[in-house]
Design a protein around this ligand. Structure first.
Ligand SMILES: [Zn+2]
Ligand SMILES: [Zn+2]
Length: 133
């Protein structure tokens, strides 16, 4: 009795294994294909993100950047809210039309991708255009 059960289960097992193998081989193919498609999509998405992040013309054009008020830092214990470092004496800083100040380097790279003050979200480009009129 026990032997018969064992034989049967063995037979079932090997048959199952055959099907499993075929299925798993098919799955491997499908999975490989999907993996390739996903990789391609990921690459596309990554490229899109990079394009979006470094999109030029998204920020304040250079000719307006030059109009920003540039000055040297005096004694202060305030900090630049872009890099979170304190201003050192004699560092070049830029004051936006909203009166917020940042390191020249920090705010210039910020404004390449945004037209808004990182502190109060005032539109720098609009303000500068307003000054022009
Ligand atoms: Zn800074
Ligand atoms: Zn501001």
């Amino acid at each position: 009795m026990i032997q018969i059960v064992e034989e049967r289960s063995e037979g079932q097992q090997s048959q199952q294994f055959g099907i499993d193998e075929a299925i798993s081989r098919r799955w491997d193919e499908v999975a490989n294909q999907l993996r390739q498609e996903i990789q391609q999509l990921e690459r596309q998405m990554w490229q899109n993100n990079v394009d979006r992040m470094f999109q030029k013309g998204n920020g304040v054009p250079k000719k307006y950047l030059q109009k920003l008020k540039q000055m040297k830092m005096g004694k202060s214990n305030r900090q630049c809210s872009i890099c979170c470092n304190q201003f050192e004496k004699d560092e070049l800083i830029i004051q936006l039309p909203c009166k917020h100040i940042y390191h020249k380097f920090c705010v210039e790279s910020w404004l390449q991708n945004s037209t808004k003050c990182p502190n109060c979200r005032a539109d720098v480009l609009e303000e500068l255009r307003g000054l022009e009129k």
